[in-house]
Design a protein around this ligand. Structure first.
Ligand SMILES: Nc1ncnc2c1ncn2[C@@H]1O[C@H](COP(=O)(O)OP(=O)(O)O)[C@@H](O)[C@H]1O
Ligand SMILES: [Mg+2]
Length: 263
């Protein structure tokens, strides 16, 4: 099972939208996927379920009150499971402040899960685990980066985006040095792209120039159907399969599969 953290310390850049729709597109391509919602706001959970209240969730898992096996639920999408979030995640940093190795909780949860599912090593129940990180670089994001093999960075094409990206790259390097030597950056996904805007194009060119090997060629366009789909607690791929946003996420899934094989 490959673990991919979807991270960017900025909020509103398309992390959750990318987590939900990339997971959905991969499940449609017959991959078995579990989406782990680590954001107290529970937007990924709300995009896949009509309720966000679950007794067992990512918070109870990280605080050892439930196991991952007990807490994963199925979704309306075949092959896509969800570890829902809880608003209690907001107090995770405080609750675990005095705990030893608190940054490794998710790593241990996933190892325990893989060893208790009774599957032979090459037949684990999931091909991919995506972790939808909250904004900020707090304990939940740190847990995701320590547990992950790869990190995928959604980035909105706006003026301050590159500055934020430098800070995130610095954090990833520190995590790699101190906690998770095998962590790799899978790529940067440009989101809410509007080719009519000069600023958008400039930022995209700058990102491609500074990070030529890791920028996904697929750009996710700004598309009203994407934002609308949240209203219906659905991934955009179910809301309107043929809109620009859906087609872009299908293309991204194809590019993801190629990159993932290489990495
Ligand atoms: N491609 C897109 N086109 C239009 N709206 C989008 C697109 N991607 C995301 N959004 C909207 O932007 C907002 C922030 O996206 P979200 O994925 O929740 O960001 P994050 O998880 O980084 O905070 C949401 O309201 C979402 O519906
Ligand atoms: Mg989010």
């Amino acid at each position: 099972m490959k673990v991919i953290a979807i991270a960017n310390q900025k909020g509103g850049v398309g992390k959750t939208t990318t987590a939900v729709n990339l997971s959905t597109a991969l499940a449609a391509a017959h991959k078995r996927v579990v989406l782990i919602d680590l954001d107290a706001q529970g937007n990924a959970t709300r995009n896949l379920q009509t309720t966000t209240r679950f007794a067992h969730n990512s918070y109870t898992v990280l605080t050892k009150r439930s196991t991952m096996l007990q807490s994963i639920i199925t979704t309306c999408i075949p092959r896509l499971s969800l570890l829902p979030a809880s608003p209690d995640l907001a107090s995770l940093d405080i609750e675990l402040a005095n705990e030893q190795k608190r940054e490794r909780r998710m790593h241990h949860v996933l190892s325990d899960f893989l060893s208790t599912t009774n599957a032979p090593p090459d037949a684990h129940p999931y091909d991919y685990a995506f972790i939808d990180c909250p904004p900020g670089l707090g304990l939940a994001t740190l847990n995701a980066l320590v547990a992950a093999h790869l990190v995928l960075i959604p980035m909105q094409c706006e003026f301050f985006a590159l500055m934020g990206l430098a800070q995130l790259m610095h954090t990833i390097r520190r995590v790699k040095c101190n906690f998770n030597a095998t962590l790799d950056i899978m790529g940067i996904v440009l989101t809410m792209f509007d080719e009519r805007h000069t600023l958008c194009q400039r930022v995209a060119q700058d990102v491609e120039k500074h990070f030529p090997n890791i920028t996904f060629t697929t750009k996710i366009p700004r598309n009203i159907r994407v934002s609308e789909s949240s209203l219906y607690s659905k991934p955009v791929l179910l809301h309107d399969t043929r809109c620009g946003g859906s087609l872009a996420y299908i293309k991204l899934a194809k590019e993801f599969l190629i990159k993932e094989k290489i990495s």
